[in-house]
Design a protein around this ligand. Structure first.
Ligand SMILES: Nc1ncnc2c1ncn2[C@@H]1O[C@H](COP(=O)(O)OP(=O)(O)OP(=O)(O)O)[C@@H](O)[C@H]1O
Ligand SMILES: [Mg+2]
Length: 222
């Protein structure tokens, strides 16, 4: 297997207080390049925590994450920020859109920050597929939750990252839009050899992935 990302003995304990929470209890996983994974499990089982650690947004209490063999804990904060911008795409439960920028500016932001130019043809395809062509000038406050989610997805896809991390990317979308959105994510992933790691409650969405990882109480059970 051509491994792009590997998690080794990951533990995560939140809170140094008298009631610490063990969110992850020893996770070992390897992700193959270009494959589509979904992570399922009950609310509070540790899915978002795992995604944050795999993407280097948060550090594990114990264990290591390797991206293409490189130990993420060796990066400085600044190196990590650049690394994430260049190689990783994110779609979160909260959309994290920038209020003071319009849809188009939000979508193009990671590419621009990386001193690259968005590919106009691809930009059009992404906007069209996600139904955002007529929303480019709008601001986050003028969009519905589903529309904001589609903007976040467009933003994650446009920079053609090596890995896309998605936390409930279709949670706020109706069935048809959810399906089309996943299709776009998968299409993009295939086209650019991207690895897709998606957390979902939706078993139907999980079924579209190539491998399902089930988490229970901070452990992988299958
Ligand atoms: N910042 C935090 N501080 C303290 N505890 C936290 C924090 N984030 C998560 N937790 C706890 O860690 C555990 C796992 O949370 P996590 O958000 O990873 O679950 P999840 O599987 O993503 O749930 P959901 O499906 O509801 O999004 C929960 O018990 C949660 O209360
Ligand atoms: Mg979560």
């Amino acid at each position: 297997m051509d491994t792009i990302l590997r998690a080794e003995h990951i533990r995560k304990t939140y809170g140094a207080s008298s009631v610490p929470v063990d969110a992850l209890n020893g996770i070992d996983l390897a992700f193959a390049k270009g494959k589509f994974y979904s992570i399922i499990g009950r609310s509070g089982s540790g899915k978002s925590t795992l995604l944050h650690i795999l993407s280097g947004l948060d550090a594990p209490t114990e264990g290591k994450v390797y991206f293409e063999g490189k130990d993420l804990s060796e990066y400085s904060d600044r190196q990590m920020a650049i690394f994430r911008r260049r190689h990783m795409g994110f779609v979160f439960q909260q959309y994290n859109l920038m209020e003071e920028y319009n849809v188009l500016e939000n979508i193009c932001m990671p590419v621009k920050l990386d001193q690259r130019k968005p590919d106009p043809g691809f930009l059009h395809t992404v906007l069209e597929t996600l139904g955002l062509l007529d929303k480019q000038e709008k601001y986050a406050c003028q969009l519905s939750g589903g529309e904001q989610q589609r903007v976040a997805i467009a933003r994650s896809v446009l920079s053609k990252p090596k890995i896309i991390f998605a936390d409930e990317p279709t949670g706020n979308l109706d069935k048809k839009t959810a399906f089309e959105t996943l299709e776009l994510l998968m299409e993009s992933a295939k086209k650019f050899g991207q690895t897709l790691i998606m957390v979902t409650h939706d078993l139907e969405a999980a079924r579209m992935s190539e491998e399902v990882i089930t988490i229970e109480d901070g452990k992988v059970i299958s």
